[in-house]
Design a protein around this ligand. Structure first.
Ligand SMILES: [Zn+2]
Length: 279
């Protein structure tokens, strides 16, 4: 009979830390996460580290999805992890894998001296745990309930934005004023961007409660109301959406040049390719 247990098994990796999801699990069901408190976080495996180095691994989101599910086993479907929790989870995985510091190189804009800064991860977790985006708003007596974007939606948005800005760059590079076709082309791309924004803004509305207290959850009716109604509704929702994104973006870290003492900001945007590599 084949022996299926290995003496190596008891040396398998142990959880490095435990986290509570900042969203408190509000938008999830048990197919997405099995709990929202005390989730075990393991360090990345050798496999994870190898797969993250594949070109385009980060672009499709598939690798990050797999890493999240590998390192935080209570997360069953990382595509549905929302923007409130996403960076928090990534920062926790980073902390579990490489400890509490990210090394970032930066050239001083004053004297060109290049410094290496160790940016601590724990303050990122603290910030993201305590930031409070707002998802219930009131406009002209209507209560509008919003939801955060999911990781899947974030990846899709990034891909289409990248696609549009790439083709826009190409057109602008060869732009000739006297070619009416190119003007049309640019207009079409801006149109596409606007269309995308409209879709996203409408999609994050989960319910509208009228001043009479009636609820509407039908996506089509909600869309018609928002796009064909007074602009104040659309504009307020879009503004809220942008404000929430700002609240979920890590504030910059102040650093000082070791040569000339000039202060500058390091954006701790979790540029994922840096984020997942050791140095
Ligand atoms: Zn300097």
């Amino acid at each position: 009979m084949e022996n299926n247990t290995s003496p190596l098994q008891k040396y398998q990796r142990q959880p490095k830390l435990y986290i509570d999801l900042p969203s408190q699990g509000v938008w999830y069901n048990e197919n997405v996460v099995t709990k929202y408190k005390d989730l075990e976080v393991y360090s990345m495996t050798a496999n994870d580290e190898i797969s993250i180095k594949t070109p385009d691994a980060l672009f499709s989101g598939m690798t990050v999805k797999t890493i999240i599910e590998n390192c935080v086993p209570s997360i069953k479907d990382a595509w549905h992890i929302n923007s409130i929790d996403l960076d928090y989870i990534l920062a926790a995985i980073r902390l579990a894998s490489y400890g509490d510091s990210i090394t970032i190189e930066k050239k001083c804009t004053k004297c060109d001296n290049e410094d290496q800064y160790a940016i601590p991860v724990q303050p990122m977790l603290d910030y993201l745990q305590n930031t409070k985006p707002i998802f219930d708003i009131e406009v002209e007596g209507f209560k509008i309930h919003l939801r955060p974007l999911t990781y899947k939606e974030i990846v899709e948005n990034n891909q289409s934005n990248m696609h549009v800005s790439r083709s826009l760059r190409q057109v602008l590079k060869s732009f000739a004023d006297d070619d009416p076709k190119q003007g049309e082309h640019v207009e079409k791309m801006y149109d596409e961007l606007n269309q995308r924004t409209k879709e996203v803004v409408c999609r994050v509305i989960t319910m509208i409660t009228t001043p009479d207290g009636d609820n509407e959850q039908n996506q089509q009716f909600i869309r018609d109301f928002i796009l064909n109604g007074e602009p104040v509704f659309y504009n307020t929702i879009q503004e809220r959406f942008i404000n929430n994104n700002d609240l979920l973006t890590l504030p910059p870290t102040k650093v000082e040049c070791s040569e000339c003492g000039a202060e500058s900001d390091i954006k701790t945007e979790l540029d994922y390719s840096n984020f997942f590599s050791k140095t």
